[in-house]
Design a protein around this ligand. Structure first.
Ligand SMILES: [Zn+2]
Length: 333
């Protein structure tokens, strides 16, 4: 068993709140006074509602409309420090698909279902290094479905199982793809139902979003989406995090993403961006609605597998004994 369990879960506290800190069942909460406040930032005044805009520094970017929040961590974690806007492409160049064709993973994940942890009353954006070089690259599933099949083929080719954060309204529109995620052995999770900003929702509205999405995905696949919620735009409030927790969900943000929603991002830049954010325990994501993502993900996975990393579904990243779920790949001479 790991001793630190949920140690990296980030806890939300209201700035200037007169009430005690959010009540937690976590064992190792650090004194509030010892923790640095994350710098505050705001989202752009106009947001493209098809995109998650808070990717670059999500922990420091609560939307302007929400209650001001300070994010604190339960343990020192440099990965949670806000990162520069975009990486240096020179340092993080990905090789070409042709060069990476022969790369094979060292370990692959045994078929699921994998043990899903209980929900936590905080934000999850990174997990500590287990010494196994585990990495999670999940997908927010929304918008155009045209590239989903190619993306699933890339994941199969690279022998990767992951977690799909599906928008509930998308699941109702494209049920056959949601069933295909399950058939290909991926874990399902929720991205809410309507893609509205959860930081401005009431607890009952959030509960309805989660309930409706769970109903759709569970009806289609038999899988639950619990405990994984990635809120649209990475946008959250103390109310949203607590409402999600009450409904059985941990609010998942990220260590970094492909920044695929940004203008001017081609496959080279997306792959370089993912490499920039990659580290043991990292929680990364991309969207499924861009053609360039398919190529970028193919190359990124190969680069990391070549460096000894194993991609896992989010539940396995947090499993007590993830090594029990890994299987060594036999390489023929
Ligand atoms: Zn989204």
């Amino acid at each position: 068993m790991r001793k630190w369990g949920w140690g990296v879960i980030v806890v939300l506290l209201l700035v200037g709140c007169q009430q005690p800190a959010v009540e937690l069942s976590l064992p190792t909460l650090m004194p509030v006074a010892a923790l640095p406040a994350a710098p505050m930032a705001t989202l752009p005044a106009t947001m493209d509602l098809n995109m998650d805009v808070a990717t670059a520094v999500p922990l420091a970017s609560p939307p302007a409309t929400s209650t001001p929040l300070t994010v604190i961590t339960l343990a020192p974690d440099p990965e949670l420090t806000p990162l520069p806007d975009l990486p240096s492409e020179n340092r993080f160049t990905c090789r070409t698909e042709a060069t990476l064709t022969a790369v094979s993973p060292i370990w692959i994940v045994r078929p699921g279902p994998w043990p899903r942890p209980a929900a936590a009353a905080g934000l999850l954006g990174h997990y500590p290094d287990t010494g196994l070089k585990l990495l999670h690259l999940g997908f927010d599933v929304e918008g155009d479905p045209y590239f989903v099949g190619d993306l699933l083929d890339v994941l199969d080719k690279r022998q990767v199982k992951t977690t799909m954060f599906v928008l509930g309204s998308w699941a109702d529109t494209y049920p056959e793809w949601v069933q295909e995620f399950a058939r290909r052995g991926h874990e399902l999770a929720t991205h809410g139902y309507s893609h509205a900003d959860m930081s401005s929702m009431t607890a009952s509205q959030i509960s309805a979003e989660l309930r409706d999405t769970e109903f759709s995905i569970n009806s289609l696949t038999g899988q639950t989406t619990k405990p994984w919620l990635r809120p649209p735009f990475g946008s959250y409030s103390e109310t949203s995090v607590q409402a999600a927790y009450a409904a059985g969900y941990t609010t998942v943000i990220w260590t970094g993403s492909a920044n695929d929603w940004r203008s001017g991002m081609d496959a080279d830049k997306m792959c370089a961006t993912l490499r920039y954010y990659a580290s043991p325990g990292a929680i990364l994501y991309a969207h499924t609605n861009r053609a360039e993502v398919v190529t970028a993900v193919d190359r990124f996975i190969a680069e990391m597998q070549d460096a000894g990393y194993t991609f896992v579904p989010l539940s396995l990243l947090l499993a007590d004994d993830p090594a029990d779920w890994l299987q060594r790949v036999e390489v023929e001479d």
